[in-house]
Write a protein that binds this ligand. Structure first.
Ligand code: ATP
Ligand code: ZN
Length: 285
């Protein structure tokens, strides 16, 4: 039987989360001894552990069929691959930062400046569109020290909390793009592999749909049910089941984490009792 080959980061910020995602999809992966590749135990899948920078090229060439990596690397490498799904982790932004004591006057500040980055393609495109002339110093890593050692006037790098910038005496002045981990695939997958990819995507979506949501069950007197239903949008509409207790019903629905406490308070105010909140593991729409 044909197997689908997936490339994930060998070691780094996305490694564990990539394996976690596969696990959530019911795919068992063991990489105890950090091999280059391994096979899933219960899904026709081979897992290749690579540097994230190399994943776009391997997927373009079909050495791997699909891959998980940051969108930032996909844009920078600019290979012929399809981005098929955002995965909701590895969130960060690519920003321009300058020494903290400098006065920032807007994008024109960068005219004629030297900027160190590991993302020369993205940066070059950005300034070209803006019509601003900069010199780009390409670095493989440790970009944040470039201004301190006099290699550049500014940097363009990944920021998530900004603490690394602060530690290096820098301030973020422009956030250029946001990135998160994505699933990419080769442009010419065989029908058998496409079917496996569809199966994986179905599971990923079910997992993602359940994220940030809770299942709520509650009891309420029948006369307040219309008020309660209004508070609970649910996927379609909430389920309402009569209780053995005459004049009472049970309501089931899905609510999002964002307005969770507000909704619970409102439900109580309207006479809901015995409110039960349970996590959702998967949701098939
Ligand atoms: P590799 O050895 O695989 O080349 P790397 O050093 O290039 O690893 P990591 O630092 O592990 O890469 O980051 C991998 C990806 O994680 C980044 O490309 C980015 O998409 C994402 N990411 C999210 N938050 C951050 C952050 N604060 N710093 C760096 N990367 C982040
Ligand atoms: Zn890398």
């Amino acid at each position: 039987m044909e197997k689908i080959k997936i490339a994930i980061q060998k070691s780094g910020r996305l490694s564990e989360k990539s394996i976690d995602l596969l696990t959530e999809c019911g795919i068992k992966v063991s990489n105890g001894n950090r091999k280059l590749k391994t096979e899933a135990r219960n899904f026709p899948m081979e897992i290749l552990f690579l540097r994230d920078d190399d994943i776009p090229q391997y997927v373009e060439q079909g050495v791997a069929d699909i891959g998980i990596l940051g969108e930032n690397e996909v844009w920078e490498k600019d290979k012929e691959v399809d981005v098929i799904e955002k995965l909701g982790f590895g969130n960060c932004r690519l920003s321009l930062a300058i020494p903290k004591d400098e006065d920032y006057t807007g994008l024109d500040y960068f005219n004629g400046k030297r900027i160190a980055t590991s993302y020369p393609k993205i940066l070059n495109k950005f300034f070209q569109v803006k019509g601003i002339d900069v010199t780009i110093e390409e670095l493989g890593g440790s970009v944040e020290i470039a201004t301190g050692i006099g290699l550049a006037d500014a940097i363009f790098d990944i920021v998530s909390t900004g603490s690394t910038l602060l530690m290096n005496g820098l301030k973020e002045v422009e956030s250029i793009i946001r990135s998160e981990a994505v699933l990419i695939c080769n442009k010419k997958l065989s029908p058998a592999k496409t079917a496996l990819l569809d199966q994986l995507l179905f599971r990923i979506k079910a997992h993602k749909n359940g994220q940030g949501k809770k299942y709520v069950l509650l009891n309420a007197p029948n006369e307040v049910i219309p008020d309660i239903v209004r508070l609970l949008p649910g996927m379609r509409s909430p389920s309402i089941l009569p209780l053995a207790d005459e004049g009472w019903s049970s309501v089931h629905s899905v609510i999002s984490d964002d307005d969770f406490w507000e909704i619970i308070d409102e439900l109580k105010r309207h006479g809901a009792e015995g409110i039960l909140v349970v996590p959702i593991e998967k949701m098939i729409l």
